[in-house]
Design a protein around this ligand. Structure first.
Ligand code: ATP
Ligand code: MG
Length: 597
């Protein structure tokens, strides 16, 4: 009797494809035939490999280039969906490329998780009969050979200054830098030293390979930026083969060019690096190393969301200091967390469409993401009943031992999904909040003397309540009207203001339910306080034992439902077992954080 989702693959509600400045660039490039004669051998490589190959079947090539040093977070979804989305829309290909040139913090665990999350988001890098999954570490020989090429052309030198000396001679925004005393080393000396660096003859930090551009450039990033450093570190894929590693700003353009990327889309903080990106590629193309036309870098503004932190440093701190239960804690803004929480990939797609792409930095309200998740969940989720804070209700005039069926719609907006039977009997569970001994003004639910409808069932009249010695309400008593059953002739002659949900106590199943709320209670947790941890929401996780309707006892992991009045819930993908369900709340039915509520 497993109950899945109404539709597991439901697409986000349709939104017209809105154009943006990146689409405009691609449209113009395609119209001008900029990449029309570009060739592609089928594998990443230098000009030698690509030049004589056939025309690239991909109209454009984009890439998503994560560094495998952590889990993907909400911010990454913007980049994943943008890059894979553009490739899909323009008959192109998006590569998943691991930018694994920085050995110390990288690990296979992160590679596996990122692949999983990209698939979950619908990113497809298998196109034109090939899998476009690449690792920058597979290009180490190219980075090295191209660095020697720059040395041979007098465009790179080994600098033996200390890091402090280099910092001190870099200059500032207003002052030019000073040339290194090692800047005029001969090509032969530079080659010899660079090879010694590669062969492990020098300690970390003793030498560095720099490009020779202009120490007086108004752009500090063009003042002889470093491209290779010594690092005696074990790499998770290449082991101990290398003890020198390329710098990101040098490796990245080369990776793009080797992979025939046309549009290299990155976040705004790389804007100042674009001149160096272009410089590296132009020089290497001039020396015949790279296929042309060359990739172009395009920057867009990163996603900033309120009530959460997205920086890997902060996320790691939350995990390592046990403020959360791991990277996949449903409160974490990671994709593994989002999935456990019951968020959907379709919800992230809707969100990405709604926020769009631009060059202006801004903060997006968390409620926008939550609303998108809600919209998708509302579409796809079957309705169920759960009582989260149970109070016993006894129908005094209902025969003991009798059970009958009431019928509840599976989805009020989709009558074609039918109804399900809910057992009705003498003893019920209702929500404690649905009874008040002395009702406040405007309270229409149960109080002595008042009538309400047990939703999809009978109309009842409250006649009193039992209390324990401490005065706590232990049970509510009522009488039902036998001719008021929903859906039977005449039942609508009963006019009541209250309508509450219920579960037959003898049939309901007990289950662990986890109620999640925002992890931080301040919109900008890392601002205005010395410590972002001060803004943690102490009530972000609550674990309760709830009662569920019997049809929920045996559901598949990750099945999602709306629990009427309570929100959207998912069967925990790790802990929920057939016969022993565990549910996580993804999001409430309405935004409880909105001003004034
Ligand atoms: P963090 O700053 O959290 O460490 P990162 O940028 O270092 O993240 P990478 O693995 O290098 O993480 O990122 C992979 C890709 O995702 C990059 O192209 C990066 O621009 C993009 N990206 C990362 N964070 C965001 C964000 N908040 N919004 C949009 N794109 C992002
Ligand atoms: Mg980064």
């Amino acid at each position: 009797m497993s109950n899945g989702n109404a539709s597991k693959t439901s697409e986000p509600p349709k939104a017209a494809q809105i154009t943006n400045f990146i689409r405009n660039i691609i449209d113009a490039d395609l119209a001008a035939g900029k990449y029309a004669s570009r060739t592609w051998s089928g594998t990443p490589g230098p000009a030698l490999m690509q030049a004589k190959a056939a025309i690239d079947p991909a109209k454009i090539r984009t890439r998503f280039p994560p560094e495998p040093n952590g889990y993907l977070h909400y911010g990454h979804t913007k980049s994943v969906l943008l890059n894979f989305g553009l490739a899909d829309d323009y008959a192109g290909v998006c590569h998943l490329r691991f930018d694994d040139t920085n050995p110390e913090k990288e690990d296979q665990e992160y590679v596996d998780s990122i692949i999983d999350s990209v698939h979950w988001l619908g990113g497809n890098y298998d196109k034109n009969g090939a899998s476009h999954l690449y690792f920058a570490s597979d290009y180490f020989d190219y980075f090295y050979a191209f660095a020697e090429m720059l040395i041979e052309h007098g465009l790179a030198y080994v600098d033996s200054q200390s890091a402090e000396e280099m910092r001190a001679t870099r200059g500032s925004l207003t002052e030019p830098g000073k040339n290194s005393p090692f800047r005029d080393r001969s090509v032969a000396d530079n080659l010899q030293l660079f090879r010694e660096m590669r062969d492990g003859k020098h300690a970390d930090g003793t030498h560095i390979l720099r490009t020779k551009i202009d120490m007086a450039s108004p752009n500090i990033n063009m003042r002889d930026p470093a491209i290779y450093r010594i690092k005696h570190a074990h790499h998770h894929r290449t082991g101990d083969k290398w003890c020198i590693y390329p710098m990101y700003t040098y490796a990245h353009p080369v990776e793009d060019a080797l992979e025939n990327i046309t549009h290299s889309i990155c976040t705004l903080e790389f804007e100042d690096q674009r001149p160096f990106y272009d410089w590296v590629l132009a020089k290497l193309a001039e020396f015949g190393a790279l296929n042309t036309p060359l990739p172009q870098q395009i920057e867009f503004s990163r996603l900033n969301l309120t009530y959460i932190v997205l920086s890997k440093r902060y996320l790691r701190q939350l995990v390592e200091q046990h403020y959360v239960d791991g990277w996949d804690d449903p409160r974490m803004p990671t994709l593994v967390g989002a999935r456990r929480r019951g968020f959907t990939a379709a919800g992230f797609k809707l969100f990405a469409q709604r926020i769009g792409v631009s060059k202006s930095d801004s903060w997006i309200e968390m409620s926008v993401l939550e609303d998108c998740q809600r919209e998708v969940l509302n579409e796809e989720c079957l309705r169920k009943v759960a009582v989260l804070n149970p109070l016993k209700l006894i129908i005094d005039n209902y025969p003991a031992g009798q059970t009958e069926e009431c019928f509840a719609p599976n989805h009020p907006q989709k009558p074609e999904l039918g109804k399900r039977a809910m057992p009705f009997s003498k003893e019920m569970w209702i929500e404690r909040e649905d009874f008040e001994e002395t009702p406040p003004k405007g309270f229409f639910r149960l109080f002595p003397g008042n009538m309400v409808r047990l939703r999809y069932g009978f109309v009842i009249k409250c006649i009193g309540a039992d209390k324990d010695a401490a005065g706590n309400i232990t049970a509510v008593h009522c009488e039902y009207s036998a001719d008021s059953k929903s859906g039977t002739p005449g039942s609508d002659t009963y006019k009541v203001k209250g309508n509450i949900h219920w579960l037959s106590a003898t049939h309901a199943v007990q289950a662990e339910v986890r109620l999640f709320d925002r992890l931080f209670s301040a919109p900008h947790p890392d601002r205005g306080t010395d410590n972002f941890l001060d803004d943690l929401n102490p009530k972000s996780k609550q674990v309760i034992t709830a009662y569920l309707e019997p049809s929920l006892s045996d559901v598949a992991a990750e099945a999602r439902f709306q629990f009427e009045r309570h929100g959207y819930f998912v069967a925990d993908r790790l802990d929920s077992k057939p016969g022993n369900p565990v549910f996580n709340r993804a999001v409430t039915l309405r935004d409880s954080w909105a001003a004034g509520s």
